[in-house]
Design a protein around this ligand. Structure first.
Ligand SMILES: [Zn+2]
Length: 164
């Protein structure tokens, strides 16, 4: 390479069509999409209830059965997001956190929205309830959690609805 080398660059884009599978955890996404239900799994040996679902128990490795869980739970830890990817840029600021659904023994990492987002609204120990998008695609973004005292307001919005 000489000192006079000049790199010629052209900007372009690559469009890629692809699909991927949720494998053994497909039921979780199908139930969210079609029925607005949250399914976890319960170990057939030790009885631990997993959310997010585990097809095999992560403690004893035995198979787990699907169980419908409550759509209410408690925030274990949370934060407010100010920097995010292009997919969520319109939503900032929003909360995220680990939520332990009533009846589950593990916590789900999910968005927590509030009409008045301040740290005290989404702090540890606050009760939350799931709200579903009316238009669902079978993705984690099909639902989110809101403080229980805001639930009725959220499901009265045209783009959202409550679970079953
Ligand atoms: Zn187990």
């Amino acid at each position: 390479m000489t000192e006079n080398f000049q790199d010629h660059q052209i900007r372009d884009a690559i469009k890629i069509n692809y699909k991927y599978t949720m494998g053994g955890q497909s039921k979780f996404f199908i139930e969210v999409m079609k029925n607005k239900k949250l399914f976890g799994t319960k170990c057939t040996k030790c009885g631990k209830t997993w959310m997010p679902p585990r097809i095999n128990c992560s403690d004893c490795y035995e198979p787990a059965d699907w169980v419908e869980l409550n759509q209410t739970g408690i925030i274990q830890v949370s934060t407010i997001v100010w920097y995010t990817t292009s997919a969520f840029i319109k939503a900032i600021p929003y909360g995220i956190g680990f939520i332990k659904l009533d009846g589950a023994e593990t916590a789900l990492f999910q968005g927590i929205f509030s009409e008045n987002l301040v740290p005290s609204k989404i702090k540890k120990g606050k009760r939350v309830k799931a709200v579903f998008n009316k238009e669902r695609e079978g993705k984690m973004t099909d639902f989110f959690f809101v403080p229980e005292d805001e639930y009725e307001n959220w499901i009265s919005k045209p783009e959202y609805e409550g679970g079953v």
